[in-house]
Design a protein around this ligand. Structure first.
Ligand SMILES: [Cu+2]
Length: 323
């Protein structure tokens, strides 16, 4: 608020007294802005609220999308896939309406005050500094708004936190600068690297496609055990609404609800992790149950399996040689 507007506010005899309107409204802005993006209404609201939308901008730029990948000039979130993403999308839409209404209300109030209480029309300023009713109103209304936001927000938080009803487990390790996927039940593990631009084949996406994607069966709830080999990374797949940090020496837990339908989900590391941070995309490929079984058999042959006797023997020989 500029000085002129502030002066005008102070002059208002009956309505806007003091400066308490600012902190109480800012609380609501900050809560809402965490989950905002720059969809159409968001873009309009964005122009009103400036920096409060930084998080939304990041979400939109990293992974805005049609099916399960970013598209040029995408404005909203990626289309949600699975129950978690559906619920997150609903919450986002609710917040978008609330924050838009608040922004429009504050802007209208500001314009009205600037015009109605300008110096020319209101030469003798009010010296009133308190008004009990308006102070109660601008405290209670934001509290009620926060309650309306908190209820669906906590519901989603607890829903996302529940990892006990999953069908399978994938262990994911972030490293500079690739991902390792491990299927403990299948005794299978392999690394997934981005395909360099010069090696791209027809139809492959630059900076997004990888040599070996994480393959999962469609219609499955998958528990993710996530850790890091070196620095912090973050496993982020927007259309499945999963984002979780990888931390060395600690295992984080999350789950994804992969819906029915063969589809490829694209994501990226979104924790600055070094010079090649932007070159460690994530690809989750959902395939039919039969294709998944076939893939597991092929992958077991192609990749190193855990507990390979040959590997242990090699290690023993190397150690013996070292001594
Ligand atoms: Cu990273």
């Amino acid at each position: 608020m500029n000085c002129f507007a502030a002066r005008m506010w102070r002059r208002n005899r009956n309505f806007l007294r003091g400066s308490k309107m600012i902190p109480s409204n800012n609380v609501v802005h900050n809560v809402g802005s965490r989950i905002m993006d720059s969809s159409f209404i968001g873009a309009v609201t964005k122009s009103l609220m400036g920096a409060a939308f930084t998080v939304g901008g990041v979400i939109a730029s990293v992974g805005a999308a049609g099916a399960a990948e970013p598209k040029p000039w995408q404005m909203g979130l990626q289309d949600p896939s699975g129950s978690i993403a559906d619920k997150a999308n609903d919450l986002h839409n609710l917040l978008l309406w609330i924050i838009t209404a608040i922004s429009v209300f504050v802007l209208a109030l500001l314009i009205y005050t600037c015009i109605r209480y300008r110096e020319g029309r209101n030469p003798v300023p009010s010296k009133t500094s308190h008004h009990a009713v308006i102070e109660v109103v601008w405290t209670v209304v934001p509290v009620l708004i926060l309650l309306v936001i908190a209820i669906p927000s906590f519901k989603l938080l607890y829903y996302m936190d529940r990892t006990d009803e999953t069908d399978m487990v994938v262990k994911i390790t972030g490293a500079q600068w690739y991902w390792t996927y491990e299927y403990p039940d299948q005794e299978l593990a392999y690394d997934s690297y981005m395909i360099a631009t010069e090696d791209l084949e027809e139809g492959q996406k630059r900076l997004l496609d990888v040599d070996y994607p994480m393959v999962v069966p469609e219609g499955t709830r998958i528990k993710l055990l996530i850790q890091a080999n070196d620095v912090m990374h973050s496993f982020f797949v927007p259309s499945l609404a999963v984002q979780i940090y990888t931390v060395a020496g600690r295992t984080n837990e999350a789950w994804i609800d992969v819906p029915m339908g063969e589809k490829t989900y694209y994501g990226q590391c979104n924790q600055i992790c070094g010079v090649n941070h932007s070159y460690m995309p994530i690809v989750i490929k959902a395939v039919s149950a039969d294709d998944y079984k076939a893939w597991v058999n092929e992958a077991k042959e192609e990749f190193a399996t855990l507990d390979r006797p040959a590997q242990k023997d090699d290690a023993t020989i190397q150690l013996a040689e070292a001594e």
